[in-house]
Write a protein that binds this ligand. Structure first.
Ligand SMILES: [Ca+2]
Ligand SMILES: [Ca+2]
Ligand SMILES: [Zn+2]
Length: 646
């Protein structure tokens, strides 16, 4: 039940607050003793809640149970109204039990007085319904009985059913239930920093500058009105409608009949018994968030960077206060990428590259009570920095890629190339499946690269043509020979850098020239051989039936010398295709495992492993992905143990 009271009485009650404060300051009170205190509504840590403190005046020892039920009824009525209803869990309520010698309150207008704890009395300054009390004593008792964080708003309940009360730093209300309205209106001033919306003065009208309060303006242009977000396009400005709850621009506010405007035709800041309405409600929610962070707690506690090793998982969480009918929104990012919307996030460090990462939780209130939040009071961010150390450095993208340059191209990476391949893997973000595929493709790309095909594979094919497979083995070259020769050919060559083609060509020519002068080559290919004998023996060693064009090309090259003919055969298309899968498998051993296929730890020191993978690769037509060959090598214990614990 609410009554509507005259504007004049409200105006004078508000104006008198100033006088009451001055009186309080000059009253020197003795240090108050602590009184029994009860937390009757506990919604969380007072550090992040608005704490209302209620005290009573004029309650005798015999009336303490009435006091308790009066307080409960007062709190119930207070939180019946929006936006306090929706945000009631953002408040704690504490009751301090102070016993008065006598029951009731002073009524000077009736000539009655009572001996009470806080000296309350009606007819303050000659206004019958204005109740004053020793507010200095009230705040001293509160300060002595509760912790500072538990005291955000103080309300004194006077044990007298006659309607009355007052505002100010401490709100005062009688037990008349209509007094709740007065306290809510006064809290609109003290807590919500809202202006009166009525026109009666005193105080004197002042409309020459823009008011600071959220609910009064002198602006009439739609875009300049501070509550513009609430005004529907069809609403005419200034607004003359009397429709309740319609937001517009209503002339007459803050003691002025003209020149200042209010958001609605009527509201609790204009007359008691009305709702706060949208614009005042929005401001009250912002003011609640001015005291209450959208983040109650978060874990891990922020401090120095969180240290993780690859493979470890770390849980992050935030706890938020809970409005009555909706939840706060949580969104997570990892390195700026969306990572979830629940109140917790499990970060699997295995999906992160070694190095620094940022995890952030953004908590905000999507409430329809607030349309404008310029200070971002309804949003809070928590940021963690996470430092991931690869348990095995090969799990780090940069290390992994750089190692491929060393293992397959036998050189340190160039910056552009390294960056290209690392970015390729990192573009997967946290997607573990994507990262695995990219790592495998990146790895295979080194075998398939022009640089490797023109150096390492050229060496392989040269050996194959010159001598065929090694005696009793399915491969033509041992790793130590291969490495030395590949270094020679690759010397000074970085594909796409400088005159790499000319350098490569010169290296290959020099290599072939030196190769045909080797003693073992000269023994196998006596100088007396004709061009046809020479060329046919090379193709035969390679187990290749050349096309007519390939044989003609090799014979023609012989005219320039035996080295040119060797190159011609080694680089023939048929030989290239025939040996590709075999060389691919052999290079897995040379590059990843740094050994020959039949070296320890190969069981039996044979080519069973090599033959197995060659069979797989051929079964899948050379598709290393479906054969899962590269994957098997890069995830093998033997490979990983080269770099760290597996
Ligand atoms: Ca508090
Ligand atoms: Ca008294
Ligand atoms: Zn007021």
């Amino acid at each position: 039940m609410h009554k509507t009271f005259s504007f004049t009485r409200l105006a004078r009650a508000c104006a008198l607050r100033v006088t009451l404060c001055l009186l309080a300051v000059v009253c020197l009170a003795r240090a108050a003793a602590a009184e029994p205190a009860q937390t009757i509504v506990n919604n969380g840590d007072p550090a992040n809640r608005v704490d209302i403190v209620l005290l009573g005046d004029g309650y005798t020892a015999a009336e303490m149970s009435k006091y308790q039920s009066d307080i409960e009824e007062f709190v119930r009525l207070m939180f019946e109204q929006e936006p306090l209803k929706e945000y009631q869990r953002f408040f704690n309520v504490h009751r301090i039990d102070v016993v008065s010698a006598e029951s009731g309150s002073d009524h000077p207008e009736l000539g009655t007085s009572r001996n009470t704890a806080f000296d309350s009395g009606y007819n303050c300054s000659g206004i019958q319904r204005l109740i004053c009390a020793n507010t200095f004593k009230v705040s001293n008792v509160a300060a002595a009985s509760l912790a500072p964080a538990q005291i955000d708003l103080i309300i004194l309940i006077v044990n007298d059913p006659t309607y009355g009360g007052s505002g100010g730093s401490i709100a005062i209300a009688s037990t008349n239930t209509a007094a709740v309205e007065l306290v809510l209106h006064e809290s609109g001033h003290t807590f919500g920093l809202l202006a009166d919306e009525y026109t009666e003065s005193p105080p004197a009208c002042s409309n020459t500058s823009e008011p600071v309060q959220a609910n009064v303006t002198r602006q009439t242009a739609r875009a300049a009105i501070k509550w513009n977000a609430w005004i529907d396009a069809p609403t005419l400005l200034p607004t003359t409608s009397t429709q309740p709850g319609l937001v517009g621009l209503f002339e007459g506010a803050r003691y002025c009949t003209t020149g200042l405007y209010r958001p609605t035709f009527n509201s609790k800041m204009r007359s008691l018994g009305r709702p706060f309405e949208q614009v005042n409600g929005e401001q009250l929610v912002r003011r609640i968030y001015n005291r209450v962070s959208p983040v109650d707690t978060f874990a891990p506690a922020n401090g120095s960077a969180i240290q993780l090793t690859a493979g470890q998982a770390q849980n992050f969480s935030v706890a938020t206060p809970a409005p009555l009918t909706h939840a706060l929104a949580v969104s997570w990012t990892v390195d700026g990428q969306p990572a979830g919307n629940s109140t917790s996030l499990t970060l699997a460090a295995g999906t992160l590259n070694a190095g620094s990462h940022t995890v952030q939780a953004t908590v905000s209130d999507p409430t329809t009570f607030v349309r404008s939040d310029p200070e971002q009071l309804l949003t809070e961010r928590v940021t963690w920095s996470v430092n991931v150390t690869a348990a095995n450095p090969i799990d780090g993208s940069e290390f992994f890629v750089a190692q491929h340059y060393r293992d397959f191209l036998l050189r340190e990476p160039d910056a552009d190339g390294l960056n290209f391949w690392v970015q390729g893997i990192e573009s997967c973000g946290l997607n573990a499946g994507c990262r695995e595929v990219k790592r495998i493709d990146t790895s295979a790309a080194f075998f398939l690269s022009i640089e490797f095909q023109e150096t390492g594979y050229f060496v392989y094919k040269t050996y194959k043509a010159a001598f065929g497979n090694l005696p009793g083995k399915p491969v033509p070259v041992r790793r130590d020979s291969f490495l030395g020769d590949t270094r020679t050919i690759g010397s000074g060559v970085i594909v796409n850098v400088g005159n790499w083609r000319e350098q490569l060509e010169a290296n290959k020519n020099a290599y072939a020239l030196a190769f045909v002068q080797r003693a073992d080559f000269q023994t196998a290919f006596p100088g007396s051989m004709t061009a046809a004998q020479f060329v046919d023996k090379l193709f035969a060693n390679a187990n290749v039936t050349p096309t007519a064009g390939e044989r003609d090309a090799a014979l023609a090259a012989f005219g320039s010398g035996r080295a040119a003919a060797l190159r011609s055969v080694a680089e023939s298309r048929t030989l290239h295709q025939l040996e590709l899968n075999r060389a691919f498998v052999l290079m897995q051993y040379f590059g990843y495992l740094q050994r020959n296929p039949d070296d320890a730890p190969q069981q039996g020191l044979n080519f069973d492993g090599y033959n197995f993978w060659l069979g797989k690769l051929e079964e899948f037509g050379g598709d290393y992905r479906r054969a899962e060959m590269v994957k098997a090598f890069v995830t093998s214990i033997e490979y990983r143990q080269r770099f760290g614990p597996q």
